[in-house]
Design a protein around this ligand. Structure first.
Ligand code: GLU
Length: 291
């Protein structure tokens, strides 16, 4: 855990797979308010780890949209695409300790084994756990989870206990296409930049135990976690690029902020959506309890 004297510091970590939508604004605003109301710092990290899913121009567009909403950040923007050396070092540490192992399985082979399913998809059946089958080459790298129980207290969801082995399974830290996986990069960077708090959407709650597992294996600090409510569309689905959440319009910044505040449990006063964005944020800060 972060030290008692550490200054509050958190981050917003969008993936540049498309423009910012309302769901990500809720996470951005929630983490921004938490930092600013405590005199802490708020940082932006672009999770550009997955070039095949990236949309050209999305990263600068996301930054412009944040600015248009008055959500200004501290320090330089971190780009995960420039952090490969740190992830490689972590991967080697995990390999040396025996916690990471090469895996030859393709998606089709895993599927053919009839795997159980957890909150993060298939639970790896463990085929390559005790070595690559004869004649097979390494595709991905996985981390072991047998006998690992992760317990943490989420600021919103309360105490969470996860049996990693049966609920998540040995997960990929370097993908078959050679890219580092989100869990590894996130665990490494959340510690490397000294964030005391990770405040993000509730859809990522199940990602926290694997990330804490990696932090422990790597001897890294574990931040405090707070998973925020999710914005749903009219069909009750999470707003995401996959289900075509519309991009945020910068000229509706105040209305967007007011709507996001409603989701975060604030009761914005009538007409606040017609005030300039900085005023909306000022109102929200004045109504943030330092819980
Ligand atoms: N890049 C991830 C996403 O947009 C969020 C990562 C995080 O906040 O840990 O879903």
């Amino acid at each position: 855990m972060s030290g008692p004297g550490a200054q509050f510091s958190t981050r917003f970590a969008p993936s540049p797979t498309g423009p910012l939508h309302f769901g990500s604004l809720v996470a951005a605003l929630g983490s921004w308010l938490a930092a600013r109301s405590r005199g802490g710092t708020w940082h932006v990290r672009i999770d550009d780890l997955d070039p095949p899913r990236e949309e050209p121009g999305a990263a600068p567009a996301i930054l412009r949209t944040l600015e248009a909403h008055g959500l200004t950040w501290d320090g330089p923007v971190v780009y995960q695409s420039r952090r490969a050396a740190a992830y490689q070092e972590a991967l080697e540490t995990l390999r040396r300790s025996g916690w990471a192992y090469p895996c030859a399985c393709s998606r089709r082979e895993i599927q053919a084994a009839g795997p159980a399913s957890g909150p993060m998809g298939w639970i790896y059946p463990g085929t390559c756990r005790s070595g690559l089958p004869p004649g097979r080459a390494e595709r991905a790298v996985r981390v072991r989870t047998q006998g690992v129980r992760i317990h943490f207290v989420d600021a919103a969801a309360g105490p969470i206990t996860t049996e990693l082995d049966s609920e998540i399974g040995d997960f990929v830290i370097r993908r078959a296409d050679g890219f580092f996986a989100y869990h590894l990069a996130c665990a490494v960077d959340d510690a490397a930049y000294g964030y005391t708090h990770v405040i993000r959407g509730q859809d990522l709650l199940a990602c926290t135990p694997p990330q804490i597992h990696l932090q422990r294996l790597l001897g890294l600090n574990t931040p405090h976690y707070h998973h925020l409510p999710l914005a749903l569309n009219e069909y009750g689905q999470k707003l995401s690029k996959q289900n075509r959440a519309p991009p945020l319009e910068a000229d509706r910044a105040s209305a967007n902020l007011v709507e996001a505040l409603g989701l975060l449990g604030y009761a914005p006063t009538e007409g606040l959506d017609r005030a300039p964005a900085p005023e909306v944020l000022g109102w929200a800060l004045a109504h943030t309890r330092r819980a």
